[in-house]
Design a binder for this molecule. Structure first.
Ligand SMILES: [Zn+2]
Length: 507
């Protein structure tokens, strides 16, 4: 049975710095998937928000002379502003400092602690924790992950050696169940090569990981239930947001005779329904750690994890030192939301790494948006506006109709298989096809009103189809295109509303 409800979540960015263009990419990709599902008449729950605990934030707040809560309040707003500026169709913006989230995290912890193995050992236990830790990643590092004793992602930060008594999560117990999960759902992680990657990670053997910190050293976290000395390790609490956003645990209780809202969205063991999107640096956390945590708490797993790549800037890793950091808010202010969405979705191959450069941006913009889509729409509307009367009675030629259906199917298939850049490529081929058809038919030379009307009506239908297929990708542009063709109420006559140029050329 096909689910009527669709749940999708981004990861929650960590709010120790301004929003990154990589998060804008994740938002854009998630939004395409969500809007596409909405067009299938599904009810959507789209979750996003901010991850706000942990030592990095605690220290950054200290540096800026602020209370941690004050600091995260300020930063969370920057992320919310980006979500709005990207025109993302989200349902809930969750913050891990929300009171309800903290309650859910405590309940989740208790359920894991209550889960014991055949030897009677709990999934959560205390042990001495000695590790090499990268403060930049907020992650423990094994020697093989370090390069010359440094984290390759954070070369300027010294690796810290730590030893303290912590709570551990019995990750090792979930090796076999995780392998079984990946086997049961061969598309559990998309693209394929990321599934292979996580399978080998799990098969190589899982080590229990620390899930608490001593409060006296690091107080900025969710209190561990029943132990005032400890707070939860930031990853443990943050991952739980994917269900606390749905009102878990309260929403998992069904009112008499009704299905529980939580399971309707999140799915059940038999029919998992939660779609997640994450960057490649989050593969392990989302597709292994979080899944094991869900199993431990007795909850259904996610259905699918889409993994995207990183964005370089002008071919190089973004860094403050190089001065090549792309600020998503700034490029949106300069070029507008839809051009930025278009670039991210078309130029960055879904699931892989891609590059941002001013030159490539302008090239894409001028070629695809100003000349391609914008010009096609302007041309069709100019032709249509000249017709005294355009009626539904005009037939769209059969082969034309077939071509549109074919592209529709292709675009939907590409979205479902997380090949969004290919979906856009297919859609743009249809625009080229429309341009070629116009050039071949030369409707401006046709004297016969009826024949000319048919050609123009065909082009208008094609333009509207393009507008509809654009909805998940460029929602505001699609709306303008669709609003430019209006059926006069009660008649079969079309009214044309020509608006401003969609995409003025960039110099
Ligand atoms: Zn690091």
């Amino acid at each position: 049975m096909e689910q009527k409800k669709f749940y999708i979540t981004t990861t929650l960015p960590y709010v120790n710095a301004a929003p990154h263009i990589g998060f804008a990419l994740e938002l854009a990709q998630a939004d395409v998937i969500a809007r596409h599902q909405a067009s299938r008449n599904k009810e959507i729950f789209f979750n996003t928000g901010t991850d706000e605990h942990g030592i990095k934030i605690y220290r950054k707040a200290e540096e800026e002379g602020k209370k941690p809560q004050e600091f995260v309040d300020e930063y969370a707003e920057k992320f919310r502003a980006l979500v709005e500026a990207m025109n993302v169709s989200y349902t809930n913006f969750i913050r891990t400092t929300d009171a309800e989230h903290k309650k859910a995290a405590a309940e989740f912890w208790k359920r894991c602690a209550a889960n014991v193995n055949e030897k009677g050992e709990s999934d959560i236990y205390k042990a001495t924790y000695r590790t090499k830790y990268c403060v930049g990643c907020e992650l423990e590092k094994s020697d093989s992950e370090l390069e010359n004793g440094r984290c390759p992602t954070h070369l300027t930060l010294a690796i810290e050696e730590r030893e303290e008594e912590n709570y551990f999560f019995r990750f090792s117990r979930y090796e076999k169940p995780l392998v079984e999960l990946y086997n049961a759902y061969p598309d559990f992680v998309v693209p394929d090569f990321r599934l292979t990657e996580i399978q080998s990670f799990v098969k190589a053997g899982l080590r229990d990981f620390s899930i608490s910190r001593l409060k006296e050293k690091m107080p900025w976290g969710v209190p561990v239930p029943g132990d005032s000395q400890h707070v939860m390790y930031v990853w443990f609490d943050a991952l739980i947001n994917y269900i606390s956003t749905l009102g878990w645990p309260a929403s998992a209780e069904a009112p008499a005779g009704k299905p529980a809202p939580f399971y309707e969205w999140w799915g059940t063991r038999e029919q998992p329904n939660a779609f997640q999107i994450a960057g490649k640096d989050n593969l392990r956390q989302q597709s292994a750690m979080w899944q094991a945590m869900l199993m431990s708490a007795g909850l259904p797993n996610s259905r699918k994890i889409f993994i995207h790549g990183f964005i370089t800037s002008g071919g190089e890793k973004m860094s403050k030192t190089l001065g090549n950091v792309i600020d998503p808010m700034e490029v949106i202010r300069r070029y507008g939301t839809d051009p930025v969405r278009y670039y991210l979705l078309r130029e960055i191959p879904t699931g892989e790494d891609g590059d941002w450069s001013e030159a490539k941006f302008k090239e894409r913009y001028n070629a695809d948006l100003a000349n391609g889509l914008g010009n096609f729409v302007a041309r069709v509307l100019a032709l249509a506006a000249k017709e005294k009367k355009l009626e539904r009675a005009h037939d769209v030629p059969k082969e034309f109709f077939a071509r549109i259906q074919e592209v529709r199917k292709e675009v939907a298939g590409k979205i479902d298989s997380f090949r969004l850049h290919e979906a856009l490529a297919a859609l743009w081929e249809l625009i080229t096809f429309g341009d070629e058809y116009t050039n071949k038919k030369e409707p401006w030379k046709i004297k016969d009103e009826k024949i000319r009307g048919e050609v123009v009506f065909t082009l208008l239908s094609l333009m509207s189809e393009v507008g509809e297929m654009l909805v998940p990708f460029l929602p505001a542009t699609a709306e303008k295109i669709l609003a430019s063709v209006e059926w006069k109420s009660g008649t079969d006559t079309v009214k044309i509303n020509r608006g401003a140029v969609l995409f003025p050329r960039l110099e």
